[in-house]
Design a protein around this ligand. Sequence first.
Ligand SMILES: [Zn+2]
Length: 60
Amino acid sequence: MATNTTTDWSDPVACPFCGAELTSPGAGFVDHIDDNADCEDGFEHWRANIAGDLAGEWTG
Ligand SMILES: [Zn+2]
């Protein structure tokens, strides 16, 4: 597991969770987390935090 807990999207062509290079900034990341459960889990937590901050309507 990565020890980097500061999710920093300064490099949009690399996965912020494992550092893997993505094929493209947007869709490439979706494909990436589709293939990497650990990264998907990290993304879900990240998204949940954002949703909590904004009191948004993220579901799933
Ligand atoms: Zn990753």
